[in-house]
Design a protein around this ligand. Structure first.
Ligand code: PEP
Ligand code: MN
Length: 338
C-alpha cells in the first residue's frame, strides 16, 4: 500500500503517518517528490482496517493498494527516477553510462591496454571479471584477488570506475574493497544470500537479469538489495534463453521500456551477452539506447581470438570506438548524451 499525501502536507502530518505505519509493525518508505510526498508501506499490509485508518489521517489525500509483490523497487513507491552516483556521473540521468572492457581480467598487459583503449573511445567505466561464473569447471575461472588488484591498478591509470562480478556472499567485502560496482551475474540473480550481502554492503550493485527469469523476478531480486536501505541498484537486461540458436541469447528489448515504466531504478543493457556475436553487438546496442536504456555494458578485447572467455562477442577497440560515435547519434535522437 502507498499513502499519497496532499500537496502542501506539513512535516508534522508526514511524521504522524510515518509513526502510525511503524505502530502497525510495518516499515515506511518516504519518497519526497517535487509536488507531494508518497509513503510506501513495506511488510504485510493487507489489513483493510489499516488502510482505512491511514486514509483518514490529516494531510493524507488517499491510499492506494500496490498489486505487484515488489514495493521499494516500484514506481508507485518512488515516482521519480533513482540516480545512481558513479564517479561524478549520475546513472539514470541524461548522460548514458558506457561500461566497457574485457569479459575476464587475464593479465596486466591485456587489462591496461583495453582499459586505455575504451577510455579513449569514450567509456565511462571499466568492466572485467576476476571471479568468473563458467559453465565448465575446466574453463578459465578468473584471476581472483589478483584480478581485483589489476582492476584497481587500471582504475588508477585511467580514472575509470570499476565494475566486477561477485559470486558469493562471503566475498562481498573483498570485491567491494576494490570495485566501484558489484556485478551480480545472471546465474546468481536469485542467490538470495548474495543479494542480502550486497544489500547490506551499501555498495553500488549492477544486477543482471537471470537468463530464465521474468522481469518480475528481476524486480523481486532487486527488492532484496533495496530492503537493506541500499538504493544504489542498476538493473541489467542481458538477453534471455529462448528456442533461437543463431544468437547466444535473445535480447529482450521489451524489458527496457517495461522496466523503465515499472521501476525507478536505472536500466543498463548488455548487447554482448544478449547476442553472443560481435557482429550483432552494435545493432543491439543502438536499439537499446533508442529504447530508453540508461547505459550499456559491453565486452571489448584487443585480441578477441585469444580471449580466455567470450571472445566471439568481444569488440576490438577500433570497432568499439566507431560504435561509440554511432551510438552518440542515436542518443542524441532520444535526447540523451554519451
Ligand atoms: C559477464 O558479464 O561476463 C557475465 C558472465 O554476464 P552474465 O552474468 O550476464 O552471463
Ligand atoms: Mn562475459
Amino acid at each position: 500500500m502507498i499513502v499519497i499525501m496532499q500537496v502542501g502536507a506539513t512535516t508534522q502530518q508526514i511524521e504522524a503517518v510515518v509513526a502510525r505505519i511503524k505502530e502497525m509493525g510495518l516499515t515506511p518508505h518516504v519518497s519526497e517528490g517535487q509536488e507531494r510526498t508518497i509513503i510506501g508501506l513495506v511488510g504485510d499490509d493487507r489489513q483493510e482496517a489499516d488502510r482505512d485508518s491511514l486514509s483518514l489521517m490529516e494531510g493524507v489525500e488517499r491510499t492506494m493498494r500496490v498489486s505487484h509483490p515488489y514495493k521499494i523497487a516500484s514506481r508507485e513507491f518512488h515516482p521519480t527516477d533513482t540516480l545512481v552516483p558513479l564517479n561524478g556521473l549520475k546513472v539514470g540521468d541524461k548522460k548514458l553510462v558506457l561500461i566497457a572492457g574485457p569479459c575476464s581480467v587475464e593479465s596486466r598487459e591485456q587489462l591496461m591496454e583495453t582499459a586505455q583503449a575504451v577510455k579513449e573511445a569514450g567509456a565511462t567505466a571499466l568492466r572485467g571479471g576476476a571471479f568468473k561464473p563458467r559453465t565448465s569447471p575446466y574453463s578459465f575461472q578468473g584471476l581472483g584477488e589478483k584480478g581485483l588488484e589489476l582492476l584497481a591498478e587500471a582504475r588508477e591509470a585511467t580514472g575509470l570506475p570499476v565494475v566486477t562480478e561477485v559470486m558469493e556472499p562471503g566475498l562481498v567485502p573483498l570485491v567491494a574493497k576494490y570495485a566501484d560496482v558489484l556485478q551480480i551475474g545472471a546465474r546468481n540473480m536469485q542467490n538470495y544470500a548474495l543479494l542480502h550481502a550486497a544489500g547490506a554492503s551499501q555498495h553500488t550493485v549492477l544486477l543482471k537479469r537471470g537468463m530464465m527469469s521474468t522481469m518480475e523476478e528481476l524486480l523481486m531480486a532487486a527488492e532484496y538489495i533495496l530492503s537493506h536501505g541500499n538504493h544504489r541498484v542498476m538493473l541489467c537486461e542481458r538477453g534471455i534463453r529462448t528456442f533461437e540458436t543463431y544468437t547466444r541469447n535473445t535480447f529482450d528489448i521489451n524489458a527496457i521500456p517495461v522496466l523503465k515504466q515499472r521501476t525507478h531504478l536505472p536500466v543498463i543493457a548488455d548487447p554482448s551477452h544478449a547476442t553472443g556475436r560481435w557482429e550483432y553487438v552494435g545493432a543491439a546496442a543502438k536499439a537499446a539506447i533508442a529504447a530508453g536504456a540508461d547505459g550499456l555494458i559491453m565486452e571489448v578485447h584487443c585480441s578477441p581470438e585469444k580471449a580466455l572467455s567470450d571472445g566471439a562477442q568481444s569488440l576490438r577497440p577500433d570497432k568499439f570506438a566507431r560504435l561509440v560515435k554511432e551510438m552518440r547519434r542515436v542518443a542524441e535522437a532520444v535526447d540523451r548524451t554519451i
